[in-house]
Design a protein around this ligand. Structure first.
Ligand code: SF4
Ligand code: SF4
Length: 372
């Protein structure tokens, strides 16, 4: 077992400073607008101290904890860490035409080293899922690879679960086991921290910390257990999902979903594992050059399933079915037994009509579901 240290709350800024001194841009959660989202942050005082969240299907409310002034007493916000590795929109290449007609392709901008601080365990797992997609041996994405190689992650284990979290049922949380550089669990006066990589070890050594006391470690474990107990949602077992979803392609529940779904694609935009994207060209009107962009797409858009003059998934029923079947069944075959869902609950919270993926799965798999 890796040594666990105690980082006093007043020393949290030192972690930011050490990472900055090592050339990382610090990215951390903060209250921006009416929610907690990640962005560049240099000052630990601007973390969401004293904030929590309440989440229900189609609802998100930021609340003040009152007396409990912790920085990570919330579950998650609309943005995961996905946009820092797989950008919502980015130029893949740019080309200019010289007077002699020759084309000049411009080099890619250098990758900035990023330190993501305050990442939730479900989002670390989602990053490992995206690694399977973008670092696949046969199709490595150089932009993702560059950002991933220059990344430092500080995960904060959850001590609170919102009404929509189901990472325990998904099999991943609320404690991160691997895939991070440093893991922290928040206490009232500081953090129990441990390294998860050599780079993480080196950063912790430079902070000159004392070993965590048995009381600190016990309190940290208890608070993680509390987040586990608080989770109210679950999903059918992988076997029941497979048997249920594949056998229920014409279940009337798909029509019931289609009556409510607006096909807005929000669930795919907030999902930390969804990776669908499209390529778009923007040629200059005078023919002097062009930009070739990649931007997020969604299996809920009509164009996404356009093949040879036909849209394959013509209606909302087939689009939602495609989304659910891929995430909970086909993904496991495609990416070597890793599910496309980490149980963050964002698709439930941010769906404008409150469609609850856990409820739909139980309805669709009820005949083969022995888990409830
Ligand atoms: S499908 Fe929903 S709950 Fe699962 S990872 Fe995506 S957004 Fe989170
Ligand atoms: S967020 Fe809700 S309404 Fe929008 S596409 Fe997803 S399931 Fe349909």
């Amino acid at each position: 077992m890796e040594t666990q240290y105690f980082l006093p709350r007043i020393s949290l800024q030192q972690l930011f400073n050490v990472l900055e001194d090592r050339g990382y841009q610090c990215i951390a959660p903060g209250v921006r607008g009416d929610s907690i989202v990640y962005g560049p942050l240099r000052d630990s005082a601007k973390l969401p101290w004293g904030y929590s969240d309440k989440q229900r299907p189609g609802q998100y409310q930021l609340t003040k904890t009152g007396g409990d002034e912790r920085a990570f007493a919330w579950s998650n916000g609309p943005s995961s860490i996905k946009p820092f590795l797989f950008k919502q929109q980015e130029i893949l290449w740019r080309v200019n035409k010289a007077e002699n007609g020759r084309l000049h392709f411009q080099p890619e901008p250098a990758t900035t080293a990023q330190a993501l601080i305050g990442v939730r365990p479900c989002d670390i797992q989602a990053m490992l899922v995206q690694d399977k997609v973008f670092l696949n041996d046969n199709h490595i994405d150089p932009r993702y690879q560059g950002r991933r190689a220059n990344l430092f992650t500080v995960v904060v284990n959850c001590s609170y679960a919102s009404g929509n979290c189901f990472c325990v049922a998904a099999g991943y949380g609320p404690k991160a086991e691997h895939g991070f550089d440093v893991a922290m669990t928040e206490l009232h006066d500081g953090f129990v921290v441990r390294a998860g990589s050599d780079n993480g070890k080196s950063v912790l050594q430079s902070l000159d910390l004392k070993q965590a006391s048995p009381a600190h470690v016990a309190f940290a474990e208890e608070s993680i257990m509390q987040a586990k107990k608080d989770q109210q949602r679950d999903i059918p077992s992988p076997e029941n999902l497979r048997n249920g979803l594949l056998a229920q392609q014409y279940h009337p529940r798909w029509d019931h979903i289609a009556e409510r779904c607006t096909s807005c694609g929000t669930c795919t935009q907030v999902c930390p594992t969804c990776f669908c994207h499209k390529k778009v060209d923007f040629p200059a009107l005078d023919g002097s050059g062009a930009e070739h962009l990649r931007e997020w797409d969604s299996c809920f858009s009509e164009q996404h399933s356009y093949v040879h003059g036909n849209v394959v998934n013509k209606d909302k029923r087939s689009r939602y079915r495609q989304w659910l079947s891929h995430k909970f069944v086909h993904w496991l075959e495609q990416y070597a037994v890793i599910s496309g869902c980490v149980g963050c609950g964002r698709c439930i919270t941010w769906c404008p009509v409150g469609i609850d993926v856990t409820e739909e799965l139980h309805e669709l798999c009820s005949e083969s579901d022995n888990d409830r």
